[in-house]
Unconditional design. Structure first.
Length: 231
């Protein structure tokens, strides 16, 4: 019920606070100009999958005992790693969803996955004094997925960096809100105002007060949804 309400309210521009079971991935869908469907599978914490034309692209696939399992998920065509922290790089999970044809990306700046799908790496780092040790500049990355006419941005572990202002026309932006390691709710608001995406999905939320985040994001006027499964 709540999950259905979340998806319907997104189109109306309303911010909502949803309470989806932790162990249950959620799915959002986008239609491209050709009529194809892009599925955004919200798996857990920093783990997301993008499905398009039968291809499965995973970002930071990590299985968490008691919360989510990749056992019944489709095999990966491509895997994108943002950085090597344990909650983003999980070799057993990568092995479980990989085949001999799976392509794994971590250092490439721009790749064409298939016709109509290009992925570009973007900076991701801490800016607050004392936090640089968590995610130093030049080490981690976010990813911009360009699928036909749609642009999906997965920020990785970062604060609200100035480079957000150079990333335009984003349809869905995933921003991490997990202080002190990534953003505070107010920083997420600043990120939204800087990038100006059409829709926002906070992720990697840890112990963030989701009601506070909900209230902060409502001040932007940008449609958003908060999913408990992305804690």
């Amino acid at each position: 019920m709540i999950k259905s309400l979340a998806l319907s309210l997104l189109a109306s521009g309303m911010g909502i606070f949803s309470s989806v079971a932790l162990a249950e991935p959620s799915v959002e869908r986008l239609k491209t100009h050709s009529g194809e469907t892009i599925e955004l599978v919200l798996i857990n914490h920093g783990s997301i999958a993008i499905r398009y034309k039968g291809k499965n692209l995973y970002v930071d696939p990590v299985a968490v005992k008691g919360r989510c399992s990749y056992k019944d998920m489709p095999k990966a065509d491509c895997i994108f790693i943002t950085h090597d922290h344990f909650d983003h790089l999980d070799e057993p999970t990568i092995a479980a969803i990989s085949t001999e044809k799976t392509r794994r990306f971590r250092k490439e700046d721009r790749v064409t996955v298939m016709e109509g799908v290009t992925v570009s790496a973007k900076p991701a780092y801490n800016t607050t004094p004392g936090r640089e040790k968590f995610h130093p500049k030049g080490v981690g990355r976010g990813y911009l997925f360009e699928i036909e006419d749609k642009r999906i941005y997965v920020a990785g572990d970062t604060e609200d960096i100035p480079e957000f202002g150079t990333i335009a026309n984003v349809d869905v932006a995933f921003f991490p809100v997990n202080q002190p390691y990534t953003m505070k709710p107010a920083q997420c608001v600043n990120a939204v105002r800087t990038m100006k995406p059409a829709r926002v999905i906070p992720y990697h939320m840890g112990n963030t007060d989701l009601k506070l985040l909900d209230g902060e994001l409502k001040t932007t006027g940008v449609p958003f949804a908060i999913y408990e499964c992305l804690r």
